[in-house]
Design a protein around this ligand. Structure first.
Ligand code: ADP
Length: 415
C-alpha cells in the first residue's frame, strides 16, 4: 500500500517537473512579461492592461494579453471579442488574434454562460493559470501583459510562482485613500514574492468638466503619486477620468487607438512611454532562461530614499504634535528601515518646525494629531503628513506603515 502511495507521489512530482519545464520553454520565447495589479476592483486595471497591449502593438511589437481574472474576466468585453471561441488542439489552445500582432487569452472565452459564477478553490485556479501559460500557443512575443484580478489572492500569487523571472508589476490605483490603502498591500505583496514594481499609475485622477473646462477633483488628486514616493517605487503618471473611456469600453473598442486625439489618450501614451523608458528595450530571449540575479532586481527597485519624522514623547509617538519632546527620523530605502536617529527640535514657534524638518531631509511625518493649518505648512515644504497614527515606537510605526498594516484613526488634535 505504502509503496503504491510512494509511486503515485513520485509520478505526481515528475509530472509537475515536466509541466514546469514545458511552461519555462513557452515563456522562454517571450521577452518581457508584465503583470498588472490593483488593490481594489474598478480602478481601471483591465482598461490599463488592454490599452498598454494596444499601444505596444501599435509600436510594432508582438504582444500577448492574458486575462487571469477567473471570476470576472473583462478583457474580451473591452476588446469587443467576447463571442470568440479559441481553437483547441490536442495539447494546445490557440489564442484569439486581434489585428495581426495581439494574441489574447481569457477565461471569458471558455465560459459558455457568461453570467455563471465560477467557484474554484486555489489549486484549481492555479491549474487553469498554468494551462494558460503552458498550453496556449503564444509563439514568439516581445511582451506578455497579464491582467490579474484585484487584490493579492491566488491568481497573482500563482503567476508569480509559475513565472519566477517575471519582469515586474504595474500597480493601478485611483487617488482616494480607500484605494491607496489597498494598493500598499499590492506593493508589499510584490516585495514578498521578489517581483520588481515597475511603477504606479494613478487612474481616474481629476475630471475635466465638459461644460466649463475646469478640473474637478472627484477622488482628489495626487494620492497615488504620494504613495509611490512613500513606498519608494516609480510613479508612471496620472490618467484623468474621462467619460469617453467608458464609452470605448462599453462599445468594445480600444480607447488609445479609437480616441487617439484626446488628452486622455495622450495621458495613457505618456504613462506607457515612462514605463517603457524605465524598462529598456525587450531583452534577448536567452536572458530569460535563468532567474535574474538579485542585484539586477534590486537595482530596478532603487530610487530616492524617504525620511519619516515622528514626534516623540517618552520614546513613543506623541499624540499631540505640539507636546513632542524629540523627533525620530527614520530613513527608509527600498521599502526597509535603514537608520533611525533622534533629534531635538528648536522652540515651537509658527513656521519654524516645517523649515527645520525640511532641513533634516524629512519628506513625511507620521503623527497622532495635527491642526489643518500646520499640515498645510508641512505640505508647502514638501513634507507629507499622515495623521491618526497610534502611540507606538518609531520602528513599530514605520514597520507597520511599510507593510501596509498601519491603521490610522481620527485626527485626535485638530486645532
Ligand atoms: P478594474 O480592472 O480595475 O476592475 P476596469 O478597467 O474594468 O477596472 O474599469 C472599470 C470601469 O471604469 C470601466 O467601465 C472603465 O471603462 C472605467 N474606467 C477606467 N478608466 C477610466 C478613466 N480613466 N475614466 C473613466 N472611466 C474609466
Amino acid at each position: 500500500m505504502n509503496a503504491k502511495v510512494d509511486q503515485q507521489t513520485q509520478d505526481f512530482k515528475k509530472q509537475q517537473e515536466l509541466d514546469q519545464e514545458a511552461l519555462n520553454q513557452r515563456m522562454g520565447k517571450i521577452k518581457q512579461k508584465i503583470m498588472v495589479l490593483s488593490g481594489k476592483g474598478g480602478v481601471g486595471k483591465s482598461t490599463v492592461a488592454a490599452n498598454l497591449a494596444i499601444t505596444l502593438a501599435q509600436d510594432g511589437h508582438q504582444v500577448g494579453l492574458l486575462d487571469v481574472d477567473i471570476h470576472g474576466p473583462s478583457i474580451p468585453k473591452l476588446l469587443g471579442i467576447e463571442d470568440q471561441v479559441p481553437r483547441m488542439g490536442q495539447e494546445t489552445i490557440y489564442p484569439i488574434e486581434v489585428a495581426t500582432n495581439i494574441k489574447v487569452m481569457s477565461m471569458g472565452f471558455l465560459l459558455r454562460d457568461k453570467d455563471m459564477a465560477v467557484i474554484w478553490r486555489g489549486p484549481l485556479k492555479m491549474g487553469a493559470i498554468k494551462q494558460f501559460l503552458k498550453d496556449v500557443e503564444w509563439g514568439e512575443l516581445d511582451y506578455l501583459i497579464i491582467d490579474s484580478p484585484p487584490g493579492t489572492g491566488d491568481e497573482p500569487l500563482s503567476v508569480a510562482q509559475l513565472i519566477p523571472n517575471l519582469d515586474g508589476a504595474i500597480v493601478v490605483t485611483s487617488p482616494q485613500d480607500l484605494s491607496i490603502i489597498d494598493v500598499r498591500k499590492s506593493i508589499t505583496f510584490c516585495r514578498q514574492v521578489k517581483m520588481p514594481v515597475l511603477g504606479v499609475i494613478e487612474n481616474m485622477s481629476g475630471l475635466i468638466c465638459p461644460h466649463c473646462g475646469k478640473e474637478i477633483e472627484v477622488f482628489k488628486k495626487g494620492g497615488g503619486q504620494r504613495m509611490a514616493m512613500e513606498m519608494n517605487v516609480p510613479f508612471l503618471g496620472m490618467i484623468p477620468m474621462d467619460p469617453q473611456v467608458v464609452e470605448a469600453s462599453d462599445k468594445g473598442v480600444p480607447f488609445v487607438s479609437e480616441y487617439s486625439e484626446t488628452e486622455t489618450a495622450r495621458a495613457f501614451e505618456g504613462v506607457i512611454r515612462t514605463l517603457l523608458a524605465g524598462m529598456g528595450e525587450p531583452k534577448n530571449k536567452e536572458s530569460f532562461s535563468a532567474n535574474k540575479p538579485e542585484a539586477e532586481v534590486s537595482q530596478k527597485r532603487d530610487g530616492a530614499t524617504i525620511k519619516i519624522a515622528i514626534p516623540l514623547a517618552q520614546g513613543k509617538l506623541a499624540m499631540h504634535f505640539g507636546h513632542c519632546e524629540q523627533f525620530a527620523l527614520v530613513e527608509v530605502a527600498d521599502g526597509r528601515i535603514v537608520q533611525t536617529t533622534l533629534a531635538n527640535p528648536p522652540a515651537h514657534e509658527p513656521g519654524v518646525l516645517p523649515k527645520w524638518l525640511h532641513e533634516q531631509g524629512a519628506n513625511m511625518i507620521i503623527a497622532g494629531g495635527m491642526g489643518q493649518r500646520a499640515q498645510g505648512h508641512f505640505e508647502e515644504h514638501g513634507i507629507h503628513v499622515l495623521i491618526g497614527a497610534p502611540s507606538l515606537t518609531p520602528d513599530e510605526l514605520v514597520g507597520k506603515y511599510l507593510d501596509g498594516t498601519l491603521e490610522t484613526g481620527d485626527n485626535i488634535c485638530d486645532h
